[in-house]
Ligand binder design. Structure first.
Ligand SMILES: [Zn+2]
Length: 86
């Protein structure tokens, strides 16, 4: 009984975390084709940035920045990286 409640609680936490990911804000540059996290080093000298919803950025055909959004970079590219480092 108690175990079931714990499981349900974990599920709720997981679901709200997922929702948070989808509500994430990203930053894009005026001429760029990548979306970034606000803390990305590549944005440091760029004054002309726009904040938008991550989902919209992906719909607008922006790709993930390899530096700050490496977790979003396509798996094929990740594998190539691993191959190179071996
Ligand atoms: Zn970046």
């Amino acid at each position: 009984m108690i175990r079931k409640l714990v499981m349900a609680g974990m599920l709720v936490t997981f679901l709200s975390a997922t929702t948070l990911v989808f509500a994430e804000d990203v930053v894009v540059t005026a001429n760029g084709t990548k979306y970034h996290k606000e803390i990305c080093r590549l944005l440091k000298n760029n004054q002309n940035v726009t904040k938008l919803d991550k989902k919209k950025a992906i719909e607008g055909e922006y790709g993930p920045c390899k530096r700050c959004y490496s977790e979003d970079v396509a798996p094929e590219e990740q594998q190539m990286k691993t191959k190179q480092s071996n």
